[in-house]
Design a protein around this ligand. Structure first.
Ligand SMILES: *Cc1c(COP(=O)(O)O)cnc(C)c1O
Length: 403
């Protein structure tokens, strides 16, 4: 049998290709079988031709796979595709978004280093720093995300890393990434951005000057609520440290989840655009409802950082948070009245989700930490999916009418 491999061209030539082309094709290297879809390499180890070949690969003298904690072809395709989309020299996949954050700190910081973290980060991110990383001598201070003067004033001689989410979860606060990168670099520190809420389809932090970008791929990159994963991207100088930590400590991405995420990336931009558009319409509608006290969405002209959002993002994302009059009871009533929207804390799904941050994602924080993060008892977070807008509105209108 003559395989297509021998007959001619197998892979795409992507020189100068645009975002959507890279999202569909980057990183794929076809095997001699000529498969059109990305191959799923469900294997934990790899065979060697001879004992000498094994020795040479283990010694790093010849390239090649050894063990899937080190490298896996499906995971590598995902990493190369993310690197292409973020404009990074290299990307490294992890088992979850949290292990991406852990890998950044473990590989780039040591005991005695100081890290500045935005106050408005994912609840588990604060727990990771407070309960675990501090025990190993990492000093941590929290800074209000948008306040550049506060960032300037928070530096210590040992500040190594700045960590932010922009836009933040769940209040859609932003920081001027280019300005913060300049501040970090002037003090010899690195800026890491959790780009979970925008994805590279809407915002590319490395192009704005950040040094490291990371994701919970569990969210929009998968896009369909199926699997956990994460990824870190940046310059090879830092990424080789991240690779070293991951292959030693082990929170690497499963090839099956990498394969799911490759399928997710193919539709990333059209999903992000459609979900952002619905979110904007929903936010505008919520702002008109008398039972709603305040809407948090950077696409609203009333949002204090609307101009900044227009400058550094190409759309505003799919998460809309709002406060209702009447505290926790009112918020729970609105949530419980939904019949289409799912009550779940995940986001980034094609299915719209609704959650009460104060008693779920941010429930493990102390009341003080929660207040610092701006999470009130009357806050509801909706992560808009791909259903019809009118069905989502009707679902929320029912609960609002009952207040
Ligand atoms: C979900 C999330 C994480 C954590 O990711 P996991 O994949 O759940 O570990 C980190 N940052 C943000 C902004 C998130 O939404």
């Amino acid at each position: 049998m003559t395989l297509e491999w021998e007959a001619g061209r197998l892979d795409s030539d992507l020189d100068g290709a645009g975002f959507d082309t890279l999202a569909v094709r980057a990183g794929q290297r076809r095997s001699p079988e000529g498969e059109h879809g990305e191959a799923l390499f469900l294997t934990s180890s790899y065979v060697f031709r001879t004992a000498a070949d094994a020795a040479a690969r283990f010694a790093g003298e010849v390239p090649g796979n050894v063990y899937s904690r080190y490298t896996n072809p499906t995971v590598r395709t995902f990493e190369e595709r993310i690197a292409a989309l973020e404009g990074a020299e290299q990307a490294v996949a992890t088992a979850s978004g949290m292990s991406a954050i852990l890998a950044i700190v473990m590989s780039l910081c040591s005991g005695g280093d100081h890290v500045l973290v935005s106050r408005s980060v994912f609840g588990s991110t604060i727990s990771l720093f407070e309960k675990y990383l501090k025990r190993f001598g990492i000093e941590v201070d929290y800074v209000p995300l948008a306040d550049l003067d506060a960032w300037q004033g928070a530096f210590k001689p040992n500040t190594k890393l700045l960590f932010v989410e922009s836009p933040s979860n769940p209040l859609a606060e932003l920081v001027d990434i280019a300005a913060l990168a300049e501040i970090a670099h002037a003090r010899g520190a690195l800026l890491a951005v959790d780009n979970c809420f925008c994805t590279p389809a809407l915002q590319q932090p490395l192009k704005l000057g950040a040094d490291i970008v990371m994701h919970s791929a569990t969210k929009y990159i998968d896009g369909q609520g199926r699997g956990l994963g994460g990824v870190v991207a940046g310059r090879s100088e830092q990424m080789k440290e991240v690779v070293g930590f991951l292959r030693t400590a082990g929170p690497t991405l499963s090839p099956f989840n990498a394969w799911l995420f490759l399928k997710g990336l193919e539709t990333l931009r059209i999903r992000m655009r459609a979900q952002s558009e619905s979110a904007l319409q929903l936010a505008l509608w919520l702002e008109q409802q008398p039972q709603v006290e305040r809407v948090y969405y950077a696409g609203l002209p009333s949002h204090p950082q609307h101009e900044l959002a227009k400058k550094q993002q190409s759309a505003f994302g799919a998460v809309v948070s709002f406060e209702v009059r009447g505290g926790r009871d009112a918020a729970w009533k609105v949530i419980d009245a939904t019949r289409v929207i799912s009550i779940t804390t995940n986001l980034g799904d094609t299915k719209t989700t609704i959650a009460h941050p104060a008693t779920t994602s941010h429930g493990r924080l102390t009341p003080q930490e929660r207040a610092n993060a701006g999470i009130s008892d009357s806050l509801i977070r909706v992560a808009v999916g791909l259903e019809e807008l009118q069905d989502l509105q009707a679902d929320l209108a029912r609960g609002l009418a009952a207040l």
